[in-house]
Ligand binder design. Sequence first.
Ligand code: PLP
Length: 377
Amino acid sequence: MEYNIPLFQLNFGEEEIKAVVDTIRSKWISTGPKCDELEKQFIDMLQVNFAVSLSNCTDALHLACIVCGIQPDDEVICPSLTFAASVNCIKYVGAKPVFCDIVGPEHININPAEIEKLITKKTKAIVVVHMAGFPARMDEIMAIAKKHNLKVIEDACHGPLSEYKGKKLGTIGDVGCFSFFSNKNISTGEGGMLITNNEEMANKARLLRSHGMTTMSYQRAGGHATSYDIVELGYNFRLDDIRASIAVEQMKKLQKDLEKRILVRERYIEQLSKIDGVIVPFADNNEFVSNYIMPIVLTNSTNEIRDLIREKMHAAGIQTSVHYPAIHNFSIYKEYYAVLPQTEYVTNNEITIPMYAVLSNSQIDFIVETLNNAING
Ligand SMILES: Cc1ncc(COP(=O)(O)O)c(C=O)c1O
């Protein structure tokens, strides 16, 4: 079905098309100058020391776990209300995910007070996810990490350029990870970035993204090196220059795109405040954020009621989604049982409504009116 109002719209134009054509014409399409340019953009725009382009964020999270020194049998505290990749990365390195509850429907990020209770001698790190691009309570999380000597991995997939007390998300913990999947704020189809202020971690990530080889094809083609050694068991996690060239154009548009999303969110909040039965997570956040998605949580609701409301929105031509089905309920994570009442409520009663920069006021009003009729009609 073609929705009248989809969940997301690509912000693509002639710039992206030209960038791809130019890259193809340059005859260098794998990891090369465009990946370098993109990494420099990240370094400048996020005010961070190092950026390593990768084939997706799942790889970034995987490498983050490795460079943070997470070993088999270590424990890593993480939210369950996230996408599978934020937890799968812990399993890739043989460690144990320890699920932590979120604060509640008003703040759907990991709860620092609950993190403290889960720390054991085996705890090595915390994976923080900034849902919808809204910052987790990083001051408290970093204080806990410091006290217990834990590494912090920020899954900042939803929050490029989002800020927490003036700092960019992804730059506060040890490592930050970003995605360029099609529906993300920076879209290239697939793609990702790992950022860090730690040189050793950056070097290791760079080495492991390309088979543990000491030089890459691009350097050899440029005459900077003629041979290579393999010094670690690495992977092929490289981004290619075709996608990087799209990302470079997307980065140039990002600030303006996010500014427009802020206006969309303001209109939503104004309209949603007039209807009963809805909580807007992070409604009190006044910082610059990406507004990657627009989550709402129904009050006094159930999973069945939520699904009925989504069906009514669907019938009206409005696409919705759920962020997210909680990870601890998936078959492969059943063994990591955890009692997470806030996560359970939100996973059963959250609806993600359309969010993109060119969503018009009349479309927003129609979405909220349809939602109101579905809930209260
Ligand atoms: C919170 C979160 N983490 C990780 C990922 C994985 O990103 P990628 O698809 O680039 O591997 C996503 C993407 O959907 C995500 O939303």
